[in-house]
Design a protein. Structure first.
Length: 652
């Protein structure tokens, strides 16, 4: 009887199409259904439907099937209600319905799920392929957009040292808005501001863009619930000129107001202002999306925004979220032609996890007036890695390489741990510049930071307070000059402490500092070579991927950190246990993986303990001490770790 009852419940769930719930959550749905039966209520299905759209369909045009699909997406959106799904076949769909009306957008009703990527025959959502069968929501109403890099065609779209540009009509439009681009005695050059105006005002001239007729906004979501979804789409070609922007809100691929939604597997590209823009966001998630070639930025929001598993490349700026919270996970940021800053958050909380920031001409991450967590991130080749102002921040398990400035910290309280700063400070004053705030540095490695400023590792002023524990500062150099105004004390080339606007302080303990003189006091410090595996790597260049700042056997950093420290993170930069042989090591990496008996040699003596530590695949946790065998830091000791152990065994 019970089995028949459960079978009936599951059949009801299938009829409600709840099998689309991810497998890990289906049991929850079944339990909720059982509760309903116990309460004498059978599962009730909301009346939902699938509405089909295919511009090539020749049937009844009522959206009831692929054969009778609506040819125009606007028709489907007009009849859709909360809970409905709209399936859109590959092709380019324009919001104006052939009228040329630029103010029209695709307005997605609350609770409606809009899916693209279909051939036009599928009966199951899982059968679509949004990459092979692109569904484009396009603002290019005439279908004639030209190249998006007009700098290849006219110097109106390139900075140059002389006034004016080579297209007289474009020049006239620009100079009507900004006379310094053409009037002697101003900047006496065609600067970036002139270029921006040319690219926006001369949409039918510069580089043959032909975008003056494009939609102001392609997709619009207002007052939507979290059940609203956009999935498998390309949103492209929103445009507005500078002069129009004083009168009309536009230039956005997607515009959102007081909206919650999930946007997944969607490309935002070649929108002249933002890929997506909105305010009072009630929780918008962008998952597995791509933002490319959006002229001003990929995202610009006020409110609560989540960005995950996404790529942002070739945009003016990357993303900005203010007056709310911004969570970024597993994302990749690379610059546009102007290489501007990719990520900013103001007046709210910021969380950035497992993301990379490459080659930007401004700060990679900028945050002010709130709490920030930055963890497991890579900052490489940027003007600056992280800029914080009036923030409370934790930065851990991160790598800063080849940036002009690793960090600039202003009036902020920051904990930096388990991180590497290597090959930074080319033109900046130091790898880290700190002013007024409080900085705690724990278990970090500062290596080969060479500044043309005053110090390689740290420049502190205006009463900044810095505490350093368990860290390595090796071969950092700067333009050290004891006669420089306000200089007080420091280790030559490594630290520079200034009395400018109040004396900066540095408390350093249990650390290794190249050229250590004892001038700064503290306990447990030395100037002994930390014995890195290969700090410059085979290419001989600091801050590149072939560098290895792990410790070799016999390193003075081994078990030399602070005794019984409080508040250490559980793992090192590799994800291994932070304490492997009874006491924390100095630097970002813990020595001893594979070294069960802590004699700094991995040999048969360690191997004999293997069988007692083995847990089997994904069946941890292991016993205390066995973390020495967890090579891949996955929480158990199994045959994969055995293979890695065999690679590092040394002679007895």
């Amino acid at each position: 009887m019970a089995s028949r009852m459960l079978g009936g419940i599951w059949e009801s769930l299938l009829m409600c199409e709840l099998v689309r719930i991810p497998p890990q959550h289906r049991m929850i749905g079944l339990l909720l259904a059982i509760v309903g039966v116990v309460g004498n209520d059978l599962p009730v299905c909301a009346e939902t439907r699938t509405i089909f759209v295919d511009q090539a369909a020749i049937g009844a045009n009522d959206g009831s099937s692929w054969q009778d699909a609506f040819a125009d997406l606007q028709d489907a959106l007009t009849v859709a209600q909360a809970g409905d799904e709209i399936w859109v076949a590959a092709g380019a769909y324009k919001p104006d319905g052939g009228t040329g009306e630029r103010t029209m957008s695709f307005v997605v009703p609350s609770g409606v799920q809009l899916y693209g990527g279909f051939v036009g025959t599928e009966q199951f959502l899982s059968k679509r392929d949004w990459v092979a069968h692109e569904t484009i929501l396009s603002g290019d109403l005439n279908g004639d957009d030209g190249p998006n890099d007009c700098a290849d065609f006219t110097d109106c779209c390139r900075e140059h040292k002389t006034l004016g540009c080579d297209n007289l009509e474009c020049q006239t439009r620009v100079c009507a808005l900004q006379d310094w681009c053409c009037a002697p005695g101003g900047n006496d050059s065609w600067d970036l501001g002139c270029v921006v105006l040319a690219e926006r005002e001369c949409c039918d001239l510069a580089g043959n863009w032909r975008r003056c007729e494009n939609s102001y906004v392609v997709v619009d979501i207002d007052d939507t619930s979290a059940a609203t979804q956009l999935d498998g789409l390309t949103i492209r070609g929103a445009f507005i000129s500078v002069s129009e922007s004083y009168l009309v809100l536009g230039g956005f691929g997607m515009l959102a107001y007081r909206a919650a939604a999930i946007v997944r597997n969607t490309r935002f590209e070649e929108n002249v202002k933002n890929g997506a823009f909105g305010w009072d966001a009630a929780g918008i998630s962008f998952i597995a999306c791509k933002f490319h070639g959006n002229y001003f930025s990929s995202l610009n929001f006020l409110g609560v925004v989540y960005l995950a598993d996404s790529e942002l490349s070739g945009n003016g700026h990357g993303a900005y979220v203010g007056r709310g919270s911004f969570t970024v996970t597993n994302c990749h940021f690379s610059p546009g032609a102007r290489k501007l800053g990719p990520l900013a958050s103001a007046s709210g909380n910021l969380v950035v996890r497992n993301s990379t920031f490459l080659g930007h001409a401004l700060w990679a991450v900028s945050h002010g007036d709130g709490d920030a967590l930055i963890t497991d991130c890579t900052f490489d080749g940027n003007f600056g890695g992280v800029y914080l102002s009036d923030s409370r921040a934790v930065i851990r398990n991160s790598v800063f390489t080849r940036n002009d400035l690793g960090m600039s910290l202003n009036s902020s309280n920051v904990l930096l741990s388990n991180s590497i700063l290597a090959g930074n400070a080319f033109y900046g004053r130091a790898a880290i510049v700190s002013s007024e705030g409080v900085l705690h540095i724990d278990n970090c490695s500062f290596v080969e930071n060479h500044s043309q400023g005053v110090a390689g590792a740290l420049y502190a002023e205006s009463g900044a307070s810095t505490t350093v524990t368990n860290s390595v500062f090796w071969n950092n150099t700067g333009g050290f000059d004891p006669s420089y105004p306000y200089y007080r004390d420091g280790e030559e080339g490594t630290f520079y402490l200034s009395d400018f606007h109040g004396p900066a302080t540095l408390d350093i303990n249990y650390s290794i500092v190249d050229g250590w003189t004892g001038l700064l006091g503290g306990v447990g410090n030395s100037g002994t070579d930390p014995m890195f595996v290969d700090p410059l790597g085979p290419d001989g260049i600091a801050g590149t991927q072939d560098d290895n700042l792990r410790l070799t056997p016999g390193s003075p950093a081994f078990n030399a950190g602070e005794p019984n420290p409080a508040g250490l993170p559980p793992t090192d930069l590799d994800g291994h246990a932070r304490v492997l042989c009874g006491r924390v090591d100095i630097g970002a990496y813990e020595f001893g993986i594979g070294d069960y008996n802590c004699d700094q040699i991995v040999n048969l003596s360690d191997f004999t303990n293997w069988s007692a530590c083995m847990t089997g695949p994904q069946s941890g946790p292991y016993e205390v001490g066995c973390e020495a065998f967890d090579f891949n830091a996955d929480g158990d000791v199994d045959l994969h770790d055995y293979y890695l152990l065999s690679q590092v065994l040394t002679a007895p």
